[in-house]
Design a protein around this ligand. Sequence first.
Ligand code: CP
Ligand code: NVA
Length: 309
Amino acid sequence: MTADLKGRNFISMLDFSKEEILTVLDTAKRMRTEGYGAESLPLKGKTLAMVFQKPSLRTRVSFETGMTKLGGHAIYLAPSDISLGKREITEDIAIVLSRYADIIMARVFGHDVVDELAKYATVPVINGLSDFEHPCQVLADFQTILERKGRLEGLKACYIGDGNNVAHSLMFGAARMGMHMTIITPPGYEPKQEVAKRSIEVAASTGSKITVSNDLSAAAGAEVLYTDVWASMGQEGEVAQRKKLFTKYRIDAETVSMANPDAIILHCLPAHYGEEIDYRTSRLPNSVIFDQAENRMHAQNALMVHLAG
Ligand code: CP
Ligand code: NVA
């Protein structure tokens, strides 16, 4: 499988074709299984600029350690360092960073910010999470699902919780890859309608079935169970209200008993144990949450080598 991705951006799961996603996942698999030999340093001398408007454990550390393994260097720009959009405009930041760095990764609030970075940057821009999408997460999730299930196509996945950025990327990604995806949320917290509409359009050509429901019984027979926090970064003021409304929308023993007996359990982390998942369920043998976290690094390393190697 080959696809030339040199110079491209990765802002949305829909930016890549199915073949392009499989190419990246194939490289990621090789990186995880064969390791990073000292002689092969595909990003030697290259620099990744990492722009953060929000906190992070996995995204920051996986990109930074990943760059080290590939022979390159990563610069962490904390929210207070460049005050994106406040100290200077996004356009100028994109142009200036492109003069120094070979790749830009950004974690932002508004999706328009990462779009604008991509518009003005002359190097590849990677979305490290926006309020609308989290494509790097889903790339790693797909790597993890492939490791356990051997396929994405035709697999029955179910996401329970908030119709957020992760849910959006899962819907786009599933539609692209031919995986079935049921999103179960409390009423009023469904994914954006435009995402459902676009996913269903894309799914028509891949055989994927995308469903949005408020009914927990839609999780019956799921082969992949996925959840994420009820309140995302930036929604701290809604935590108390969401805790009341989301109570039933979690992965627990009951959800697991409804699912396929071999269902794997995914969570992008950070987890709020006792809310969207309980600690015991997160530690079941079929939970792959820490493989997902590790695969962030391999999937992103593969991505960076394809975009800028
Ligand atoms: N899953 C994820 O993106 O984690 P961080 O917020 O810690 O980067
Ligand atoms: N939906 C979560 C994902 C964190 C990785 C958030 O945006 O905070």
